[in-house]
Design a binder for this molecule. Structure first.
Ligand code: GDP
Length: 445
């Protein structure tokens, strides 16, 4: 697919950050430089690249530090969010008219995939419970009407077209009549296919503008072939100025070209991407989700999910307290329990190993712990007095017996827990030294 090369490049740039404890400004600059090259090579428009890199640098160097994430993850998160940003942020749904029919007009160069898209849209609209109708307003190309009819048949929808033998016909007139017909035949969405030329030209723009004025579309979709490179941006600007549009459809995302220009269209025109086409079949089509596309481009769907979960589960304030305590060896059993609960909130423990700083060391420890064990540990700690949780040293043999009885476990398990706690505390102290948190002002970067 179109973004494969970009995806490979970005993934490897970001992977190089893994395992770094702290990123210097020089590290960030170097990473930003590589991301810049990757984007430019993928044909993303220069102003878009500049803006992107500027944001990534500022944010990565700035105070935007999340205690839940290690430095590499923070950069990945920032790059991801910026990518989602240039792709439009929130998913933009198609606007439906309060008084049907909703009119969707398609505009774009010849060969961009408008006719194919009309069929895909019709299929999708039907699945959404609508009764769409296609309208053939491309009366210039000899085969265009027939082609739309064929597409309509395949999609199982009506196609409105001028009667054959009536001369060339006036596309504006066809468009107007189609709306009446849609009302009459109770079609609630009308998809108007318009003529495209091989290049941008005045007459084409005027015709599209006339059709637009005649049918007052609820959406005008600019259809753009993701494989045409930098021309995508200039064409988009020409259509924006000549006809105006409310949304973009990217086609041929299954192609193997660089495709980055298509990523620039949103930023350059300010209009959102609504749909994406990735093949010649009717079902090769989807609503465009900026967040999903960004994570596909980063090739890190799982990592991004983990980052999200880690952040949600993480209580910043407690983390800071814990971090400063851990480093000085002041961790109590209460902290220990909280840590385990936080880890547990993040989901199956197995998934988490890779994202913990110092995961290598923790791996063996953590892989022995499962959720039911955490329940048991929790029960044991709950069976202790506050003084015991605060200062485990006082837990002598008779206290152990009492705790075991109270929480319904064997004394051996209480011993295990206490030993494990001491080990964990030692490990935390070592890690704290290695990552530079704790001890000092409690900043956990
Ligand atoms: P129009 O001139 O804008 O109406 O473009 P068409 O719908 O006729 O499409 C031009 C060519 O691109 C046709 O051969 C289509 O089969 C092909 N096409 C359209 N959309 C896609 C797509 O998403 N992927 C691929 N691979 N081909 C597509």
């Amino acid at each position: 697919p179109v973004f494969d090369t970009l995806s490979d490049r970005l993934t490897s740039v970001l992977q190089n950050l893994r395992g770094k404890g702290k990123l210097s400004d020089a590290d960030i600059d170097a990473t930003a430089r590589e991301i810049r090259i990757a984007l430019l090579e993928a044909d993303v428009a220069l102003p878009v690249v500049r803006e992107f890199i500027k944001h990534v640098k500022e944010r990565a160097k700035g105070a935007e530090v999340s205690e839940a994430l290690n430095p590499a993850q923070q950069v990945i998160k920032i790059v991801n969010e910026e990518l989602v940003g240039i792709l439009g942020g929130e998913t933009r749904r198609v606007n439906l008219a309060k008084n049907p029919p909703t009119v969707i007009m398609l505009a774009g160069l010849q060969g961009s995939g408008k006719t194919t898209l009309a069929g895909k849209l019709a299929t999708w609209l039907k699945q959404q419970g609508h009764a769409p109708m296609l309208v053939a307003c491309d009366l210039q190309r000899p085969n265009a009407v027939t082609q739309l009819q064929v597409v309509g048949e395949r999609a199982g929808v009506t196609t409105f077209a001028p009667q054959p033998g009536n001369g060339v016909g006036d596309p504006v007139d066809v468009a107007k009549r189609s709306i009446e017909e849609a009302r009459h035949a109770q079609h609630d969405v009308v998809v108007v296919d318009t003529a495209g030329r091989l290049g941008v030209d005045e007459e084409l723009m005027q015709q599209a503008a006339d059709i637009r004025d005649a049918v007052q579309p609820d959406e005008t979709l600019f259809v753009v072939d993701a494989m045409i490179g930098q021309d995508a941006v200039t064409t988009a600007e020409a259509f924006r100025d000549g006809v105006g549009f409310t949304g973009v459809v990217l086609t041929k995302l299954d192609g193997d070209a660089r495709g980055g220009a298509a990523l620039s269209v949103r930023q350059v025109t300010g209009e959102p991407i609504l749909f994406a086409s990735n093949g010649e079949k009717l079902e090769d089509f989807d609503v465009f989700h900026p967040d999903r596309m960004a994570s596909r481009i980063l090739g890190m769907g799982d990592m991004l999910t983990l980052i999200e979960q880690a952040e949600q589960a993480f209580d910043q304030e407690k983390a800071e307290q814990a971090a400063s305590k851990l480093g000085t060896g002041d961790m109590t059993l209460e902290d220990f329990l909280e840590q385990m609960q936080a880890v547990r909130k993040m989901g199956p423990i197995g998934n988490l190993l890779g994202m913990l700083p110092g995961a290598g060391q923790m791996k063996d420890q953590l892989s022995q712990v499962d959720d039911s064990q955490i329940d048991r540990l929790q029960a044991i700690i709950r069976g202790m007095t506050p003084a015991e949780r605060e200062n485990p040293k006082i837990i002598n043999a008779s206290r152990r017996q009492r705790i075991a009885n109270g929480s319904g476990v064997a004394v051996r398990e209480v011993n295990d827990l206490v030993n494990r706690f001491y080990e964990a505390r030692k490990m935390m102290q070592q890690m704290a030294g290695r990552f530079g948190f704790g001890g000092g002002g409690g900043s956990a970067t």
